[in-house]
Ligand binder design. Structure first.
Ligand code: FES
Ligand SMILES: [Fe+2]
Length: 558
């Protein structure tokens, strides 16, 4: 089903495309669009939604800077450990973070085919997402029929509002209860379908802010687990529900990708601002303009609340001004699934990058992201962000996300395997001290260190993968395999599927027209007309390729 892969070196026309899209994708992994199905929702902010705060925590500068005339003092990891250690001691004494009692964003319903149940994973469990035809709600079950464990994701959504296992036609209602067992002897069906072993195992789920959230452990409606899930808020984006910001929030549509590296490597990547200009050279800054990065801690590290850091980057004058005005960029980690990067501007405007991640299975993460602009109190988009108000087709922002994501992807895939080979096992009960294996002598890695300390001391080493879940896949030596876009996004995105179908039709039409012009006209008309049509078809082919595969190498990114 995949188109032939382009050569590993960035093709010239793709480079041209990259240049076109560079400014669009710049400063964000995901490009904004006004064609958004995600509408800001305004409701009163429930208290449990707020990140647990640390009473009396004033925020602190982790490392005093030298006088403005002296060079910046680069802090050593010893300092970092010293600061983090206070919080580590607290985490050691506090209760542990329970991954199974959390909400995870696992899908964007607007992109899903309503007719087909979808296979997904969470915490190493195989799940199926399906939408009933009566109430139009999404439901999540274990992806194994209780009969003989055939995957329900290979089943069918039926018109009576049930999910039908396509192997022997048992049917399940939205709660998981078996409603039909067609091969049961006459008079026994009702009794047989009503027993608990005949039920599909269901998970609490809910739609919020355009995402489908799934609870990390099973719970049929009415069960204690379902009640516990109902009492906890998913870590939605507070600004989208803040009535005080009504009329000022411009939220853009979601983007979703399965990435071939672990959930923890995704988070350390987005908590590492120092890599941005280097790894994303040409899109965001230059790899040759490295500057010291340091932080003020704005929220203490806790098991349930994660942490937040204000980022100090650039000249001392700029940092001093940002500190004075409170306009410092901030990144926050809200376990288990959200990292938010916030830039605040004069007049109250903000640009927020919401970066969600769900631990699907070992060695893989499902990433869902969204870019949000909050207009200033005067109702204007902050200076320099007007560009982000430009309308962009959803499919284009989906395929151009590869330009950004693939710049880090190869690093993260291999880092995970290299660290594993050196003794760091990133799962619950796993062995190895991350900070003893890597060498992080500067303060630039503070976000990564805090995240890893949180994982080590609040989570006993990492994700508690479900019993029987698969092992982390081996290191992929052929990097070209990692650049797959089709199976990690396009295949399950109906927006991209529709665009792809239309582009293929258009390409066929262009080539047919080129052939007709060349055949029926003569001279310059045949040459120029046919040539232009054929060239357009070839260019379209390059766009079509981006739905399948997008290779990238830093060596060729000059
Ligand atoms: S395996 Fe599902 S009905 Fe038999
Ligand atoms: Fe898409």
């Amino acid at each position: 089903e995949a188109e032939p892969a382009p050569s590993l070196a960035m093709p010239r026309i793709t480079q041209w495309l990259a240049v076109l899209c560079a400014c669009i994708a710049a400063a964000s992994a995901f490009s904004p669009s006004l064609n958004s199905p995600l509408k800001p929702q305004f409701s009163s902010c429930r208290k449990s939604q707020c990140v647990p705060s640390s009473p009396g925590y004033p925020g602190r500068s982790l490392f005093a800077r030298s006088t403005s005339k002296s060079p910046l003092r680069m802090s050593t990891m010893e300092n970092v450990d010293g600061v983090v250690d206070e919080e580590v001691e607290r985490m050691k004494k506090s209760s542990k973070f329970d991954f199974t009692k959390q909400w995870y964003p696992l899908a964007v319903p607007a992109f899903l085919d309503h007719k087909k149940p979808q296979a997904v994973q969470l915490l190493g469990r195989d799940l199926v997402i399906w939408r009933d035809t009566v109430e139009g709600k999404w439901h999540v079950f274990d992806d194994a029929c209780p009969h003989r464990l055939a995957p329900l994701s290979e089943g069918r959504v039926e018109e009576d509002g049930t999910l039908l296992c396509a192997y022997h036609a048992w049917r399940f209602d939205t709660s998981g209860k078996c409603t039909s067992m067609p091969h049961a002897m006459a008079g026994t069906e009702q009794q047989l379908t009503s027993t608990p072993p005949s039920c599909a195992i269901s998970y609490p789920s809910q739609e919020r802010q355009g995402l489908l959230w799934v609870w990390g452990s099973p719970g049929a409606p009415g069960s204690d687990a379902a009640l516990e899930a109902a009492l906890k808020e998913p870590s939605v984006i507070p600004e989208l529900d803040d009535p005080a910001l009504e009329g000022r929030v411009r939220a853009y549509h979601w983007n979703i990708r399965d990435m071939p590296y672990g959930w923890d490597y995704f988070n350390e990547n987005v908590l590492d601002p120092a890599h941005v200009a280097v790894s994303h050279h040409g899109l965001v800054g230059s790899r040759y303009d490295g500057q010291p990065v340091s932080y003020d801690q704005s929220r203490a590290l806790t098991a349930e609340g994660g942490f937040a850091l204000k980022i100090k980057f650039g000249s001392e004058e700029k940092i001093a001004e940002q500190q004075k005005t409170g306009l410092m960029p901030e990144m926050e980690f809200v376990p288990p699934a959200r990292v938010t990067q916030r830039n605040t501007f004069k007049g109250g405007g903000q640009m927020i990058l919401a970066l969600y991640s769900a631990p699907t299975r070992p060695g893989w993460v499902r990433h869902i992201g969204c870019n949000i602009i909050i207009k200033g109190e005067d109702g204007k988009v902050p200076d320099g962000l007007a560009f982000f108000s430009i309308s962009m087709p959803m499919w284009l922002s989906h395929i151009t996300a590869s330009l950004f994501l693939h710049m880090d992807m190869v690093f993260l895939h291999h880092q995970e395997k290299i660290l594993a080979a050196r003794g760091y096992k990133n799962e619950k009960g796993g062995k190895g001290d991350y900070n003893e294996i890597v060498h992080t002598p500067t303060e630039q890695d503070l976000g990564v260190t805090m995240f890893r300390k949180w994982l080590q001391y609040s989570c006993e080493g990492g994700v508690p993968w479900a019993p029987g879940s698969e092992e982390m896949p081996p290191r992929e030596r052929n990097n070209d395999q990692l650049f797959d876009v089709y199976h990690t996004h396009t295949k399950n995105c109906k927006v991209c599927q529709t665009a792809l179908k239309n582009f293929k039709r258009a390409r066929f039409t262009l080539f047919a027209a080129a052939f007709a012009v060349a055949a029926f006209f003569k001279g310059v008309t045949a040459l120029v007309g046919g040539g232009l049509l054929a060239l357009s078809g070839l260019l379209l082919g390059k766009i079509i390729n981006m739905f399948y595969h997008y290779p990238f190498q830093h060596a060729y990114n000059d």
